[in-house]
Structures are given as structure tokens and as C-alpha cells.
Design a protein around this ligand. Structure first.
Ligand code: GRF
Length: 229
């Protein structure tokens, strides 16, 4: 089922979102993707667009690493790519402003972090209010930051999973859009658990992008609600 071409990407300040107001979103369903490595979640988005289950276009994939395998995935799909090495910029602000400018110039309305191993600062957040998504391999707020699967195993939880959330200034701390649970087995290793979580990630990320782009959602504080589309 094709979704209506609407969006309710609206401005937020992290404390009191104003569900009544909107920012211009260029009327577009154009996504900008940020990666640092393998790019399997990028591939999941590409595949969902290709098979018609996600009505969107990836305008550009930007990596902070020149050797990110995800760049090859994007290239194979005919998607523009750009390497912006954070080490070539004097500050996080300058780096984030450069990313924001690249996305803006291509009419991007939604930014997807897909294994992007950099914190997002205000220069990028302010340009895309409530319009940056991240995927994380745990049931947030448990196990934010790096090595989430190892953290889950070390803690001894019986259930972990994956989360897609809106990005705020707090690391892995923004409003949760969708989650999926994955059982932790007694004989799990980091690799085995990561692989099972990744299967859920690849299902979840296109779903979350679809929900955001289709509109029909609102925030109350940090609670994300779907409403009739
Ligand atoms: C995924 O596990 C994602 O949840 C996390 O980083 C990993 C990226 O994997 N943020 P890939 O580059 O998408 O394959």
C-alpha cells in the first residue's frame, strides 16, 4: 500500500514539542543517509525502496570513512555518495554544518543514521528538527553507546533487541519510534546475538522511515504516538 505524500516532520525543542507547527520539508521524501562502515541497514533501506515497500528516495549517502563498505552498496544502487572526513574539519560544528549543507542542497527532509559513529551536534540537529533517525542494537534506554550487544550479554539480560529513535542531543536518548525484542540465549556470543538483532534491524528501519515520512505521528514529551494517517 502506497502511503500518502505527506509528512508531519515538525520542529521540536527537546523539552516541549509543538505538534501544531511545521517546518518546510520541501514536500519531499528524500532521505540523506550517514554511515561509517558496513552499511547493512543502508542496504535494507535501498532494498525496501527497490521492492516498493518504502516510498522514498535516497538523495545521498555520506560517510566519514573513505573505506566504508556501505559506499560500495550505495554506488551499486546508483546513489550519489560523498566522503566527508571529520578529521579535515576544525570542529564538530564545522563538520555538522557541512553535512547539513550537503543535505539541504539536495532537498533532504529526513536524515537516517545507519551505523554512523559520530555524535550529532546542534548545527545538524537544528537544521533537521525531529527529522533525524538512528538505529541502535538494544532495547533503549538499556545499553546506549558502543558495544550494545556486549553490554547486554555482560549484564545478563534475557531479552535485548533493536530500537529506532529520533535523534536529540542526548546519546541514543531521543523519542522511540519503534522497537523489536530479541531473546538472549544461554549459548549466545556477541556475534550470534548481533546477527539475530541485525535481522530485526533490517525489518525495523524501513518501517520507521515509512512511519515518519507518512506523517500520522505526534510527540507528547518524549512519547511517540502514531495517529490516523
Ligand atoms: C548496527 O548494529 C546499528 O544498529 C548500529 O551500528 C550497526 C551498523 O551496522 N548503530 P550497518 O553498518 O548498518 O551494517
Amino acid at each position: 500500500m502506497r502511503a500518502p505524500e505527506t509528512s508531519n516532520i515538525v520542529p521540536v525543542d527537546s523539552g516541549s514539542p509543538d505538534p501544531g507547527s511545521r517546518i518546510p520539508d520541501h514536500g519531499s521524501r528524500r532521505i540523506g543517509v550517514l554511515i561509517s562502515g558496513r552499511g547493512s541497514n543502508l542496504q535494507a533501506l535501498i532494498d525496501a525502496i527497490t521492492d516498493g515497500s518504502l516510498n522514498a528516495q535516497i538523495a545521498i549517502v555520506i560517510s566519514n570513512k573513505a573505506d566504508a563498505a556501505g559506499l560500495d552498496r550505495a554506488g551499486a544502487a546508483g546513489i550519489d555518495t560523498l566522503v566527508l572526513d571529520h578529521r579535515s574539519f576544525a570542529s564538530r560544528d564545522e563538520y555538522d554544518a557541512a553535512i547539513a549543507s550537503e543535505f539541504r542542497s539536495r532537498g533532504v527532509s529526513l536524515v537516517c543514521l545507519a551505523g554512523f559513529m559520530r555524535l550529532i551536534g546542534p548545527r545538524l540537529l537544528d537544521q533537521f528538527p525531529q527529522a533525524i533517525l538512528n538505529i541502535h542494537p538494544s532495547l533503549l534506554p538499556a545499553f546506549p553507546g558502543v558495544d550494545a550487544q556486549r553490554q547486554a550479554l555482560d549484564h545478563g539480560v534475557k531479552i535485548s533487541g533493536a530500537t529506532v529513535h529520533l535523534v536529540t542531543g542526548e546519546l541514543d536518548g531521543g523519542p522511540i519510534v519503534v522497537q523489536a525484542a530479541v531473546p538472549v540465549r544461554d549459548d549466545d556470543t556477541v556475534e550470534l546475538l548481533s546477527a539475530r538483532i541485525l535481522i530485526e534491524e533490517h525489518r525495523l528501519y524501513p518501517e520507521a522511515v515509512r512511519i515518519i515520512l507518512n506523517g500520522g505521528w505526534r510527540l507528547e514529551g518524549r512519547r511517540f504516538f502514531r495517529v490516523a494517517e
